[in-house]
Every structure is written in C-alpha cells, then in structure tokens.
Design a protein around this ligand. Structure first.
Ligand SMILES: Cc1cc2nc3c(=O)[nH]c(=O)nc-3n(C[C@H](O)[C@H](O)[C@H](O)COP(=O)(O)OP(=O)(O)OC[C@H]3O[C@@H](n4cnc5c(N)ncnc54)[C@H](O)[C@@H]3O)c2cc1C
Length: 105
C-alpha cells in the first residue's frame, strides 16, 4: 500500500470538484478527489456554461480555449405556438462574458 500526503480532500468529481482540483493543482496544492461513481459518463448536464463559471476558469486558460469553439448565447427565449412567453437576457449581465457558452457535447 502506498501513501501520499495531501492538503485537501475533495468529495465529488462533478464540475465544482474537478474545477477546484484543477485550480488547486495549478496553485501547487496537493489535492485528492474522492468520487463515489466507478466510471465517468451517464450523460452531460453541461448544456450551457454561465458567466460565473467562465470567470472561475479564466486563470487556468480554460475559458479562452473553450470560447474558441463555443456558441455564445446572449438571449434565451421560451416560446409556445409561435408566441414568446418570456426571455432571459444574458447580455445584460455585468460580467466580462455576458452570455452562456455552449459546445457540442
Ligand atoms: C437536466 C439538467 C441540465 C442541466 N444543465 C445545466 C447547464 O446547462 N449549465 C449549468 O451550469 N448547470 C446545469 N445543470 C445543473 C448542473 O447539473 C449543476 O450546476 C452541476 O452539476 C453542479 O455541479 P456540482 O459539482 O456541484 O455537483 P454534481 O454535478 O452533482 O457532482 C457531485 C458529484 O459528487 C459525487 N458525490 C456525491 N456524494 C458523494 C459522496 N458521499 N462520496 C463521493 N462522491 C460523492 C456525485 O457522484 C457527483 O459525481 C443541469 C442540471 C440538470 C439536471
């Protein structure tokens, strides 16, 4: 059995856990991710990557790489039988990236 010294244990390898692990690694902090699922997969729920997530990934350079291929959704609309029921304006966000980024999954 081998042992390693870690500073941080992260429970869960979802988007938050993996981003935290990547950021800690970038900053030189030893972290271990503990995930209950044996395998990755099961379908993506990352339809849209929001402004706060884009900001959180910026220091690592991941945001620039992601935006190189992403579609930038500035307005979301709910429609029924040709009638617009409502809209969400991402372009009014006071954020560096005022849109939702989507990529082929
Ligand atoms: C249909 C659908 C579509 C969505 N679309 C979007 C979208 O487009 N954009 C968006 O930003 N969000 C979307 N979401 C929300 C998105 O799922 C959450 O924002 C995101 O998954 C939260 O990440 P998380 O890491 O906090 O949690 P999770 O993704 O839930 O990850 C938690 C992880 O921890 C593991 N875990 C839990 N308990 C333990 C334990 N005790 N020990 C070990 N491992 C454990 C789980 O197995 C899991 O892998 C969507 C959700 C759904 C249901």
């Amino acid at each position: 059995m081998t042992s390693a010294v870690i500073d941080v244990a992260i429970v869960g390898a979802g988007p938050v856990g993996t981003l935290l692990a990547a950021e800690l690694a970038r900053l030189g902090v030893a972290a271990a991710v503990i995930e209950q699922r044996a395998e990755a997969g099961g379908g993506s729920r990352a339809v849209g990557i929001h402004a706060t997530a884009l900001a959180a990934m910026e220091a690592s350079g991941a945001t620039d790489r992601l935006l190189a291929d992403a579609l930038r959704v500035r307005v979301g609309e709910a429609r029924r039988r040709g009638r617009t029921l409502g809209e969400v304006r991402f372009d009014r966000l006071h954020a560096r990236h005022p849109f939702v980024a989507t990529l082929p999954q």
